[in-house]
Design a binder for this molecule. Structure first.
Ligand SMILES: NC(=O)c1ccc[n+]([C@@H]2O[C@H](COP(=O)([O-])OP(=O)(O)OC[C@H]3O[C@@H](n4cnc5c(N)ncnc54)[C@H](O)[C@@H]3O)[C@@H](O)[C@H]2O)c1
Length: 334
């Protein structure tokens, strides 16, 4: 398959490397920066680096476009690519609005093209293991998901911290519990500049007895990527900073013994063994790249894990969360 990668900044080189590694041909890198184009041509002498998007979109050799430029340009380039008959893989978050995401889905569906959003975490060994544990019933009923995803920067030029970091939590959650939030509530603060929050707290409510929370920040003194997932039988600590032992399964829980009367009950706490499961160490981005190629080669029969509908769900959840921040944390229905 012949590909063009838009954006050779931080993430673009990882995409070029992984698509090349799985045997695909990256014909073009499109970047508006001459310095980045030079880097791409130095690393991949067979790649043509250009600033001219139109040349690439009009090249009939190109089967698919991969978009790793700032979020505000995702919709415009993805739409042009789809209208030019090319499949599109768009970095997270897929678009800036739910309406834009719906429009891209409509164009892709009408033209039988694959549109996919890269929610890379779904392909990690850690998330795949947690999914398997939940599916096998090891956790019992899942009660909560509580994530801390904070760092020292990096301030983004076009989105707030929710749009930068919360897509990971929203996509992981959707995959793990196979359900959508019915409402969200969020608060946040912009300490630098007027409008873009650099710290935010997002709560997601569901139709089931389950609650999810994500704390995202660019102004933490340390980098933390830790998720607690509690079930009625077992609980998980997923620490993505850990080099190998990212997932710990605690045989911990609680049981309400006997409810004597309202507000009076006995709780038995269980603090058992901790299991550290072995994880698949395949690079997640390589699996994501294979999933995209498989979806295209199957002629639409294979639905990728991180598909366009997940992309739209993430965008709509973020949009609702941003609305909630503007209304001081009011609950916004989805
Ligand atoms: N899946 C993940 O885990 C993950 C991780 C990091 C970033 N991302 C996503 O990747 C995208 C890019 O992020 P980044 O951190 O690499 O950004 P970046 O700023 O480091 O790189 C963006 C590159 O795009 C170029 N560019 C900007 N506008 C352009 C345009 N209109 N046409 C062509 N080139 C243009 C810039 O010169 C730059 O080289 C974002 O959507 C981000 O959310 C995803």
């Amino acid at each position: 398959m012949t590909l063009a990668v838009f954006g050779y900044g931080y993430w673009g080189p990882n995409l070029v490397r992984n698509f090349t590694a799985i045997g695909q041909t990256v014909k073009y890198v499109v970047d508006s920066s001459a310095a980045q184009r030079q880097k791409a041509e130095k690393a991949y002498p067979t790649v043509t680096a250009t600033a001219d998007a139109e040349v690439v979109l009009n090249d009939s050799d190109v089967d698919a476009i991969i978009i790793a430029i700032p979020v505000r340009y995702h919709y415009e380039i993805a739409k042009k690519a789809l209208l030019a008959g090319k499949h599109a893989l768009v970095e997270k978050p897929m678009t800036m609005t739910g309406d834009e995401a719906d429009e891209l889905i409509e164009i892709a569906s009408k033209n039988k093209l694959v549109l996919m959003s890269d929610h890379t975490f779904l392909y990690t060994g850690a998330v795949k293991k947690i999914k398997a544990l939940i599916e096998a019933g090891d956790l019992g009923d899942v009660l909560y998901f509580d994530s801390t995803r904070v760092d020292v920067g990096l301030f983004q030029s076009d989105v707030n911290v929710l749009w930068d970091l919360a897509p990971h939590d929203i996509s992981i959650l959707s995959y793990l519990i196979n359900d959508k939030p019915i409402s969200v509530a969020a608060t946040g603060k912009a300490h630098v500049g007027a409008s873009r929050e650099n710290i935010a707290f997002l709560t997601m409510n569901y139709n089931i007895d389950f609650i999810a929370h994500a704390n995202v920040s660019w102004i933490s003194p340390v980098k933390i990527r830790k998720v607690l997932i509690g079930g009625t039988k077992k609980m998980i600590v997923y620490d993505d900073i850990e080099p190998s032992e990212k997932v710990r399964v605690y045989d911990s829980g609680f049981e309400i013994k006997d409810i004597e009367e309202q507000n009076k009950f006995k709780v038995d706490y269980r603090m058992g063994d901790v299991l550290i499961p072995k994880l698949d160490t395949t690079e997640a981005l390589a699996d994501m790249a294979r999933d995209f190629v498989k979806a295209i080669e199957s002629g639409g029969k294979h639905s990728p894990l991180s598909d366009m509908h997940l992309g739209a769900l993430v965008v709509k959840t973020l949009e609702a969360a941003e609305k909630s921040i503007k209304q001081n944390g009011a609950e916004i229905k989805l």
